[in-house]
Unconditional design. Structure first.
Ligand code: SIN
Length: 282
């Protein structure tokens, strides 16, 4: 087997010719470099147990034990991204990046497909490197040197109107709302210098970014909406990943957004997610 890296349309790279549970140090170095270069890597036809998944993720850093997602019954390191045939709403069903509500946002996540619907359930990804590069000069000037406030409370918190209290995913699949209420809201640069690649990336997202620092939500909305609209419309830097048995995606939370499509009503979709700790962003 020869490790081969093939760019995917829009963002990311597919890596073939490897077995992620039996990587040589050289293969791991190549995978790590591909992850740093592209922010999104895919593998196909991987036959992995939960322990293999954990061992692969641990090569990138410490595992974050998710505070809000239901955990795997035997492996607390694995967060369940689950939807059963009787459920209506999914988890992650809108553009977002994970953990921007933390002071040290997660490096990324490794998502393994365990049980897939017959059709549907693809995941969309967007490159925040290209999002930044393709902003026009006026927008780049408007966000130069600015910071933004992020929060998880309106998504995971206790209020009746939080995202998950409005969703049937909040009835058992997502929980621990009291912990969300204790989170202080971090401030991160709107444009970060990526810790692995040194490249600039746009670092705001529609799920967790609430305002520019020093402004109300209302004051922030016109400029923030322009940034979000730029990414929503940026199909040239999106990719759509079609899951198959044995597929794995690993994304960088600092340089990509993702969106789990919810177009498979009445079917089961079970994914195992491991998230890796990150660092403060500058
Ligand atoms: C997530 O947002 O972490 C879930 C992605 C997916 O289920 O495709």
């Amino acid at each position: 087997m020869t490790l081969t890296i093939t760019l995917t349309q829009g963002v990311g790279a597919e890596i073939t010719g490897v077995d992620i549970k039996a990587l040589s140090d050289g293969e791991f170095q190549a995978i790590h470099q591909a992850f740093a270069d592209h922010g999104l890597i895919f593998f196909r036809d991987q036959d992995t147990t939960e322990a293999d998944h954990i061992a692969f993720a641990e090569r990138f850093g410490d595992i974050n034990i998710n505070r809000f997602f239901g955990a795997h019954a035997d492996y607390p390191q694995i967060a369940m991204v689950a939807k059963e045939p009787g459920d209506t709403d999914n988890i992650g069903g809108g553009w977002h990046t994970d953990h921007s509500y933390d002071f040290e946002p997660a490096l990324g996540s490794v998502l393994v497909a365990r049980d897939l619907p017959d059709s549907g359930g693809d995941t969309l990804f967007a490159s925040m490197y290209t999002a930044y590069e393709t902003l026009d000069d006026e927008l780049k000037a408007a966000i130069e040197g600015r910071n933004a406030v992020h929060s998880g409370r309106h998504i995971f918190g206790e209020g009746a109107d939080t995202h998950y209290n409005q969703s049937d995913a909040g009835k058992g699949r997502i929980g621990n709302a009291a912990a969300a209420e204790t989170l202080a809201d971090p401030v991160h640069p709107v444009v970060i210098t990526h810790p692995l690649s040194g490249k600039k990336a746009l670092y705001v997202n529609p799920a967790f970014t609430v305002s520019f620092e020093g402004e109300t939500r209302e004051q922030s909305a016109p400029l923030m909406s322009k940034l979000f609209a730029h990414v929503f419309g940026g199909e040239a830097f999106h990719t759509r990943f079609k899951w198959q048995p044995g597929s794995i995606a690993m994304w960088d939370n600092r340089s990509t957004w993702h969106w789990a499509l919810n177009d498979y009503q009445g079917q089961r979709r079970i994914m195992h997610r491991i998230t890796i700790e990150g660092c403060a962003l500058n």
